[in-house]
Design a protein around this ligand. Structure first.
Ligand code: ADP
Ligand code: MG
Length: 328
């Protein structure tokens, strides 16, 4: 699938600004970005719910211009599952097949198969009100997959679920995608969710693509400050003429980005003595704020090892193990 130079204007709002993206068949792509950055707009344009102001969408090499949502090889799962309350789960899942004129027996069989795929085997005769939120969203997923789309579009599908259920549904979603091999384009503003499921993350901001790559690449080698900050915590340190506020830094000028877990007593890129301001036990690590003695206006977030029990006011000689230098 290819998105070529897609722009979408709503009056004065530039919801998408020349967005181009190639998505391979079978890929699990996550569009990640803050509210209002254009994720839903892009998904709607792919799904044929909106025509772009300019630009092109190609699916399987075919230009989708003028082709409505019903005639595209895509289906969409929304945050509100929009199941038909009066229909059984089987009929809900088979709905799209019925619209396509498939015979009753065949579509019921397919519906049962899809319900089994999402962990609801044997529940075809139940109705939506008998299910929990997570189960309803699985039915919506089964319904969207039943018509065997080339591309499944998911707009914050787990957004209404509580955190624990969301995490377990992420694992399931990833597993289901692997089994069916369908291309998934999934929208979220949750960076942990993106990391849990994506082959590739596309970071969006203000109607543009800021960065794209594997979760590892985006986290360790972000291309922009926005991308670095959106994918978890980062300390940003200005370096000019080979100096940061705490002393000399010999990696070049720009903004030095240090992840909290990259800062330790062993780190080679020296920050120097830092005073512990506060520390909290986070289970896997101890999260602390420190102030470099040579730069009292700088406050860094540092993840210390689980066993660390730093006293407030104690001084640690810190350095960074890994860094990214951005020239902006
Ligand atoms: P996201 O899904 O990332 O939160 P959206 O794609 O919904 O963002 O919106 C992107 C921008 O376009 C926002 O500024 C939003 O207000 C605007 N927008 C979206 N849809 C419409 C519309 N139908 N009419 C006017 N403005 C819209
Ligand atoms: Mg949205």
């Amino acid at each position: 699938m290819a998105i070529r130079e897609v722009t979408q204007r709503y009056g004065q709002t530039l919801a998408l600004n020349r967005v181009s993206l190639d998505i391979a068949a079978g890929e699990f792509v996550v569009l990640l970005g803050p509210s209002g950055c254009g994720k839903t707009t892009l998904l709607n344009i792919i799904g044929g719910f909106a025509e772009p102001t300019s630009g092109q969408v190609l699916i399987g090499g075919r230009d989708m211009a003028g082709i409505g949502s019903k005639d595209r090889p895509t289906t969409t799962v929304f945050q509100d599952y929009a199941l038909f309350p009066h229909m059984t789960l089987r009929d809900n899942v088979a709905f799209g097949l019925r619209m396509r004129g498939q015979a009753r027996t065949a579509r019921s069989e397919k519906a049962e198969e899809m319900l089994a795929l999402v962990g609801l085997a044997g529940r075809g005769g139940h109705r939506p009100h008998e299910l929990s939120g997570g189960q309803r969203q699985r039915v919506a997923l089964a319904r969207a997959l039943a018509v065997e789309p080339d591309v499944l579009l998911l707009d914050e599908p787990l957004g209404a679920l509580d955190l624990k259920l969301r995490r377990s549904m992420q694992d399931e979603l990833k597993d289901i995608q692997r089994r069916v091999g369908t291309t998934f384009v999934h929208v979220t503003h949750d960076q942990e969710e993106a990391m849990a499921i994506a082959d590739r993350i596309v970071v969006m901001n203000g109607g543009r693509i800021e960065d794209e790559g594997s979760p590892r690449d985006i986290y360790l080698k972000p291309k922009t400050l926005f991308s670095a900050s959106f994918m978890g915590e980062v300390n940003r340190i200005r370096v000019a003429d080979g100096r940061a506020a705490f002393g000399p830094v010999s990696v070049g000028d720009g903004t030095l980005c240090l992840r909290p877990e990259a800062i330790s007593e062993a780190g080679k890129l020296r920050i120097g003595p830092c005073r512990i301001e506060d520390a909290a036990f986070f289970g896997s690590h101890v999260r602390a704020h420190v102030i470099p003695i040579a730069a009292p206006d700088m406050r860094l977030v540092v993840n210390l090892p689980q066993a660390a029990a730093p006293a407030l006011g104690a001084v640690l000689d810190l350095g960074a193990e890994a860094y990214v230098l951005l020239k902006e």
